[in-house]
Unconditional design. Structure first.
Length: 107
């Protein structure tokens, strides 16, 4: 399992190597309200990125008023890579990054 303090890493999905990095923590945006974290994905040796946009985690209680970054696990990144590929991300093609909205599990 990846540490929650890691902001970047490497994962292998279906025999392909991918690098990931945290682009944004959950934060307040004056235009859109609360926005969840986002993670950038890039296949090793390729140029096109995919950006995974996660929903804002719900605050279940008043015990912890500060918004926390959800735990970034290997399974979460693997699910996100598969979701991006299913949505049409072609890592070896040229062009701007594709933005993929995923659920809290990366699917």
């Amino acid at each position: 399992m990846l540490h929650t303090r890691d902001l970047a890493g490497h994962v292998e999905v279906d025999g392909q190597a991918f690098d990931w990095s945290l682009r944004r923590d959950p934060q307040w945006c004056t235009a859109d309200g609360w926005r969840g974290m986002s993670i950038a994905l890039r296949m090793v040796g390729a140029t096109r990125e995919a950006i995974l946009e996660f929903p804002m985690p719900s605050s279940g209680s008043n015990v912890q008023p500060q918004r926390q970054r959800p735990e970034i696990s290997k399974r979460l990144i693997e699910n996100g890579v598969r979701s991006a590929l299913e949505c049409g991300w072609e890592p070896r093609s040229r062009g701007k990054a594709i933005i993929v909205e995923v659920d809290a599990d990366g699917c």
